[in-house]
Design a protein around this ligand. Structure first.
Ligand code: BDR
Ligand code: CA
Length: 317
């Protein structure tokens, strides 16, 4: 079993990654850190709590993540893409009081210490909470086995700006810090996640097999997301499941990705390329090695992606 802690900004593709983690027979989801990003932190926390409640998994601790980027700037949210509450058309009931399983960073460190060299962190939102964890307790974070980030766009258009992807753009200081202070780091950028598509037909197939309140949310949420993406990228054939792709990288699915290893810098000072992810892919460069070396997913096999997603999301676990 892979012991996973998910760091999310629980919007639509985060929700799909969470659902997949809960349904995957090889994944033991031992905690979720939920912070600002697609929506504000309170909504992101509430969404996780709501989804875990639907899945009858309120035993999983929910850790309150960051509320704003390390620059101190006000965060920018994306209700147009993820819906007013972050889950498309779904409006989770507002809890009258905090859920019992909500906790703070001390729980995160406790989970890592209790599972030394076993924890896999999958960060699918802004990198702020993860950077804070590394800054606060590098000795505990050294016991994390592997880290996966959904973020960046290498030599490709971004989705937040011409050159920057939303997670890295949302807090480039944190993204840069994490890229330069994390051992065994894999980055899963837009280069592959924009091809991690699920078509409406495949969503309908998942829906026809759904047999729990959590699974029944998949179709309305992904239908909403598809409509948004059709406006953003006319002609797109499905919904890109960015965050799910990053989680799947952690599962070593044979043939799913091809990787290159490079040192990564995230531009966090410049005026024109703020949030851009930079690595050296010039001809003649090759895989790096050493502590600052990052594995970057560069190619995805769409058939393997779809087959795996359908298998996991239609099982009856
Ligand atoms: C990333 O940004 C967020 O909006 C998504 O949830 C995903 O993590 C895609 O760039
Ligand atoms: Ca996300």
């Amino acid at each position: 079993m892979k012991k996973v802690i998910l760091f999310a900004d629980t919007g639509i593709d985060d929700m799909i990654a969470l659902t997949y983690a809960l349904k995957h027979p090889e994944v033991d989801l031992i905690g979720v850190v939920s912070g600002y990003g697609n929506i504000d932190r309170e909504k992101a926390l509430r969404n996780v709590e709501y989804l875990l409640e639907l899945a009858e998994r309120t035993d999983i601790p929910v850790i309150a993540g960051a509320t704003r980027p390390l620059s101190g700037d006000d965060p920018v949210f994306f209700p147009d893409i993820h819906g007013a509450e972050g889950l498309g058309p779904v409006r989770p009931p507002i809890p009258e009081e905090r859920y019992a399983n909500r906790t703070n960073f001390s729980k995160l460190f406790q989970l890592i210490k209790a599972n030394r060299n076993e924890v896999i962190i999958v960060n699918v939102g802004r990198c702020t909470s993860l950077a804070i964890a590394h800054y606060l307790s590098p000795e505990v974070m050294a016991d994390v086995k592997e880290t996966y980030l959904m973020g960046g766009a290498f030599n490709e258009p971004g989705n937040a700006t011409e050159v920057a992807e939303a997670n890295f753009f949302g807090d480039p200081i944190a993204a840069n810090y994490v890229c330069q202070h994390t051992a065994n780091l894999t980055v899963v950028p837009l280069n592959v996640t924009r091809e991690a598509l699920l078509t409406p037909r495949e969503v309908n197939l998942i829906d026809s097999r759904s047999d729990s309140p959590l699974e029944e949310l998949i179709k309305p949420i992904l239908d909403f997301y598809y409509e948004v993406y059709q406006q953003l990228e006319p002609g797109i054939t499905g919904t890109p499941l960015h965050d799910l792709a990053a989680l799947m990288a952690a599962l070593d699915i044979p043939g799913l990705f091809e990787y290159k290893k490079r040192e990564v810098t995230v531009e966090h000072q410049g005026e024109f390329a703020y949030g851009e992810s930079i690595a050296d892919f010039r001809p003649g460069t090759s895989d790096c090695f050493g502590p600052n070396c990052v594995r970057i997913a560069m190619e995805i096999d769409q058939d393997i992606f779809v087959a795996d997603v359908l298998e996991i999301l239609t099982n009856h676990r």
